[in-house]
Design a protein around this ligand. Structure first.
Ligand code: ADP
Ligand code: MG
Length: 252
């Protein structure tokens, strides 16, 4: 056990959409370099929790911290914009539907944010893009448009684009769910590579064997609560809760 402050610290997260309580007092601490999988049925609040981390779905209660910075702060509008833009630069997010800019080539998709948000020169941004696209195995497609790529390739570019901001943490929300089965592995391999490099990651996934092979911890969520959490070998092989057992019977 380390006595360090958690890298990511979610304290008593509560989120309601109107009268619907979607997150019910969720706390989650993630250490630097840790890889956490979140599993659970559709509608259990996984995406809402992930989106709360960069305040895309601001919580109605509780706190989210990244190192010594509170992310979900109430600030006057201008100050909040500045604060959240800084925070979001440190958090890479990859969604189910690759949201690449369709009118930009792969290169520009990756260089845009480093140039706009960090003021990188063309040369520096290009070097960075080439480095990240090499990492995800997409350097040969640097001058292609997204429409000329397969789903797996698009998702790898989306990962490179997030990595180009040198984030402290990467959040994946069902990054492979929309892909044809034969394209899942190439994206999983990139995520495994990041795991080997000790990138801190929170991964929402339906792929239990992938979660088991890369994650340090697994959280099972249902109806807005963390029902059970633990190391993958315990959650997948010997879950205690009947709800976890039931879910896994249908998903393993
Ligand atoms: P999961 O990712 O586990 O499938 P979500 O976090 O997407 O679950 O959703 C949890 C619940 O919150 C669902 O009942 C969903 O319908 C509801 N929900 C999510 N986003 C909104 C929203 N913007 N407005 C209203 N309800 C929402
Ligand atoms: Mg979701």
């Amino acid at each position: 056990m380390s006595d360090q402050k958690p890298f990511i610290d979610i304290r008593h997260a509560q989120k309601s959409f109107g009268t619907l309580e979607v997150l019910k007092d969720i706390s989650l601490q993630v250490d630097r370099g840790q890889i956490v999988a979140i599993i659970g049925p559709s509608g259990s609040g996984k995406s809402t929790l992930l989106r709360a981390i960069n305040d895309l779905d601001p919580l109605t209660g509780g706190e989210v911290w990244l190192e010594d910075k509170q992310i979900n702060k109430t600030l006057p509008h201008r100050q909040y914009e500045k604060h959240i833009n800084e925070v979001r630069q440190e958090i890479g997010m990859v969604f189910q539907h690759f949201n690449l800019f369709p009118h930009l080539k792969v290169r520009e998709n990756v260089t845009l944010a480093p140039k706009m948000l960090k003021g990188l020169s063309d040369d520096d941004a290009n070097a960075l893009a080439e480095e990240q696209l090499t990492k995800v195995g997409m350097i040969e497609r640097i001058d292609y448009y997204p429409s000329q790529l397969s789903g797996g390739q698009k998702q790898r570019v989306a990962i490179a684009r997030a990595l180009a901001m040198k984030p402290k943490v990467m959040l994946f929300d069902e990054a492979t769910s929309a892909l044809d089965p034969e394209l899942v592995e190439e994206v999983n391999l990139v995520m495994k590579k990041l795991a080997e490099e000790h990138m801190t990651m929170i991964i929402v996934t339906h792929e239990m064997s992938f979660a088991e092979s890369v994650c340090d911890r697994v959280l099972f969520m249902d109806q807005g609560v963390v029902v059970e959490e633990g190391p993958p070998e315990v959650i997948f092989r010997n879950p205690k809760s009947e709800r976890t057992q039931h879910f896994l019977r249908n998903h393993l």
